[in-house]
Design a protein around this ligand. Structure first.
Ligand SMILES: Cc1cc2nc3c(=O)[nH]c(=O)nc-3n(C[C@H](O)[C@H](O)[C@H](O)COP(=O)(O)OP(=O)(O)OC[C@H]3O[C@@H](n4cnc5c(N)ncnc54)[C@H](O)[C@@H]3O)c2cc1C
Length: 225
């Protein structure tokens, strides 16, 4: 069916997809904390004193998780969808096309027919297909970290990789970002790259530009998949 093998399913049990459960929402909590840490570097310019804050990474991750819960409560997606007239079938399990107008689900709930079937199953972090790659973690595993890693190698220099690399670097991890292409943010617009200065080796995103000195960036042709 639609689902590739080995897929992470941290968001699978809940509505909201990656963004709410595993992506934008919790990552923005990390990004906000990183910004606060970076802001301390300007303290002296503004006549403020105080050292760089210590980061209790586990506590920060708990805050990110709590924020996800709060967003769920505020959004209450099942109720809103039902109010909008959507027939919601949550927890449907694996689905497959029975024919061009029919989806069958595994859990015995039968088949669902429609004139048009729109597949919105999203994307997910894929594991690299070389020996030992099972040792690596995906962005989905970060929320269970017990502590900030002393060092991190982030593979993939598009939006998610750049953002995670920059926040970890802001907290004090030694971060290396590996990217096969010769520029970061490969799938983003050229305009975005211009905004970032278009410099090779310069990590991306407004929230990350300040952390460039702490992220080593490497291009690698060895990690093509
Ligand atoms: C760490 C991180 C940070 C991010 N930050 C941002 C950001 O700041 N801004 C931004 O715009 N984007 C961000 N993104 C990207 C954003 O999360 C995705 O672009 C967005 O979630 C895609 O939404 P979607 O609905 O297409 O897919 P998904 O969010 O992946 O949702 C797909 C849904 O389909 C369900 N599904 C999968 N397979 C099946 C199946 N066979 N049958 C039934 N249901 C199925 C899944 O359970 C899931 O609920 C970030 C992503 C990550 C990983």
């Amino acid at each position: 069916m639609i689902e590739p093998p080995g897929r992470d399913h941290h968001e699978r049990d809940r509505l909201g997809g990656v963004c709410t459960n595993d992506g934008c929402v919790p990552t923005r909590v990390l990004a906000k904390a990183a910004r606060l840490v970076r802001d301390t570097e300007q303290f002296t310019d503004f006549g403020l004193s105080g050292g760089r804050p210590l980061v209790d990474f586990r506590r920060l991750l708990d805050k990110a998780t709590a924020t996800v819960e709060r967003v769920h409560q505020m959004k209450d997606l099942p109720t809103r969808l039902q109010q909008a007239g959507v027939h919601l079938v949550a927890g449907a399990g694996r689905a497959r096309f029975a024919d061009a107008h029919t989806i069958a689900v595994d859990d015995g709930r039968g088949e669902f027919r429609a004139e048009r079937i729109i597949v919105c199953v999203g994307g997910h972090a894929r594991r690299l297909p070389f020996p030992g790659s099972e040792q690596a973690v995906t962005h989905s595993d970060i929320w269970a970290f017990e502590a900030l890693p002393a060092s991190a190698l982030v593979v993939g220099g598009s939006a998610t990789g750049c953002q995670l690399a920059s926040v970890l670097a802001a907290f004090g991890s030694q971060v290396t970002l590996l990217e096969t292409a010769d520029r970061l943010l490969g799938v983003e617009s050229a305009g975005a790259e211009l905004q970032l200065g278009g410099q090779r080796g310069r990590p991306c995103g407004p929230s990350v530009a300040d952390a460039t000195d702490r992220v080593a960036v490497a291009a690698s042709s060895d990690i093509r998949t």
